[in-house]
Design a protein around this ligand. Structure first.
Ligand SMILES: [Zn+2]
Length: 211
């Protein structure tokens, strides 16, 4: 019985959509849906689930091994989850956003080239680029208002955010103050001091490598 069911299983892929602060939606990455427990792609759709104020698509693991293991742990049902709790979601956000923002802020990088790499449209790349460039500009304006002496600020910390699957994701950036080169990036669900420190340390390492 189980074997028959498995025959009909197909990989499920979903596109992660970013909601920008100006309410523009940008489809970002394709992600294979996998069980958070066993990491298997043998999953099925499972109605909708409540997630905060929204209802989102639900999934259920169909890997017999996973179910067997859950029975052994006295859990009666197969693992159910949503995109946000699926395997890879966090890594996907962390790793892919880092690459994407590095590309977005690379000097002379064409929107079309970046768009091809991430399978999104050049106009969507343009939306993302404008957003992050504005975040950096805003910060510079503030700095010039308070007249901070520039030589002390070789590395500037900037930040913007997106919402992916209803979750706020901060893009923390360390940008060379005069070179405007991106030296460190992190896509993060938190914006704690530790997150900033991590990006700053990456920037410092990169600055050292440049010398
Ligand atoms: Zn599983």
């Amino acid at each position: 019985m189980i074997k028959n069911n498995l025959k009909n299983l197909m990989e499920i892929w979903r596109i992660l959509i970013a909601m920008m602060s100006n309410d523009v939606q940008v489809p970002l990455f394709r992600m294979k849906i996998r069980c958070p427990d066993c990491e298997s792609w043998m999953v099925g759709v499972n109605g909708t689930k409540k997630s905060g104020k929204r209802r989102v698509e639900g999934f259920i693991c169909k890997n017999p091994e996973c179910l067997k293991e859950r029975y052994e742990r006295d859990l009666k049902k197969a693992r159910q989850f949503i995109i946000r709790t699926s395997h890879e979601f966090q890594e996907m956000i962390r790793d892919n956003l880092k690459d994407l923002y590095k590309d977005l802020l690379k000097k002379g990088a064409k929107n079309k080239t970046i768009a091809n790499k991430y399978s999104v449209s050049p106009s969507e790349i343009s939306v993302l680029k404008t957003d992050v460039e504005m975040a950096i500009e805003k910060h510079r304006k503030l700095d010039s208002l308070v007249k901070v002496s520039q030589p002390d600020k070789a590395i500037a910390m900037d930040e913007t955010f997106l919402e992916i699957e209803g979750k706020k994701v901060y893009i923390i950036l360390a940008v060379g103050y005069t070179t405007r080169k991106v030296l460190g990036v992190k896509g993060s669900f938190t914006r704690k001091e530790q997150d900033m420190r991590e990006v700053f340390d990456e920037a410092e390492r990169n600055t050292r490598n440049l010398i």
